[in-house]
Design a protein around this ligand. Structure first.
Ligand code: AP5
Length: 223
């Protein structure tokens, strides 16, 4: 078993690429944003604590997120793709300790780079399928659904995330800038760290990332 990581700022396309990659390479998608949103909608103890933090665009505390992730990893046997985790140096260090203790290999760390000026529009105009099992991602201008407010894939209603407002976006970018440099420094020296230009169309970004995964695979290691 190994884990791969997608890094990048809010709206850089981690979720969009993750959905395609998990299908293409039969990976297990582990999005801490999705896990936390599910906890919020089910009003679990963690969800009740996380709700206001997430809506304000701040980060949920490291111990809570690490606990959720490690509990999920204990049950997994397939190769995992993280989307939105780790997000702080503390999370990256805790994950490294956990992987080493469990004998799990760190695979690729793909860092999707998109300049801030392109991100707000992506986030504010994003709509997502309300059916968690589907979770398809739309953009009102660039990837509109065929019928307004309805998911093309499963027919469920689309929703606007509570943190996809211009105000929460500013706070999310602040959280990103506050934490990202040390996180990037932690991974950037590792051989499997790859930077990807995320400004192209989703198909073009996907083609680039697939090549990276295929090169990793042919280097003798299964994705
Ligand atoms: P999370 O759900 O992880 O949100 P995020 O990191 O802010 O990322 P997003 O989901 O906003 O964007 P994305 O990169 O997935 O982009 P997407 O593909 O959707 O986290 C939410 C919150 O949960 C956090 O703020 C925090 O409170 C909490 N949390 C989560 N993980 C945590 C952790 N580890 N520690 C602490 N707290 C945590 O694309 C965005 C839009 O752009 C879409 O409309 C899409 O259609 C469009 N798009 C995608 N790709 C392209 C492209 N190439 N060109 C043009 N448009 C594109």
């Amino acid at each position: 078993m190994k884990v791969h990581i997608l890094l990048g700022p809010p709206g850089s396309g981690k979720g969009t690429q993750a959905k395609r990659l998990v299908e293409h390479f039969s990976l297990v998608h582990l999005s801490t944003g999705d896990i936390l949103r599910d906890a919020v909608s089910k009003e679990t103890e963690i969800g009740l604590r996380a709700k206001a933090i997430m809506a304000a665009g701040k980060l949920v505390d490291d111990d809570t997120v690490n606990g959720l992730v490690f509990a999920r990893l204990q049950d997994e046997t397939g190769n995992v793709l993280f989307d939105g985790y780790p997000r702080t140096l503390q999370q990256a260090e805790a994950l490294a300790d956990f992987l080493s203790a469990q004998g799990i290999e760190l695979g690729l760390v793909v860092d999707i780079e998109v300049p801030e000026e392109a991100l707000e529009d992506r986030v504010v105009k994003r709509r997502v399928c309300s059916n968690n099992a589907c979770g398809d991602i739309y953009h009102l201008d660039r990837k509109p659904p065929k019928t307004a407010g309805v998911c093309d894939k499963c027919g469920s209603s689309l929703k606007h995330r509570s943190d996809d407002t211009a105000e929460a976006f500013k706070s999310r970018m602040k959280a990103f800038y506050d934490t990202f440099k040390p996180l990037q420094a932690f991974y950037s020296g590792k051989p499997n760290y790859k930077r990807v230009d995320g400004t192209g169309m989703p198909d073009a970004v996907f083609a680039t990332v697939v090549k990276i995964f295929e090169a990793h695979e042919t280097s003798g290691e299964r994705v």
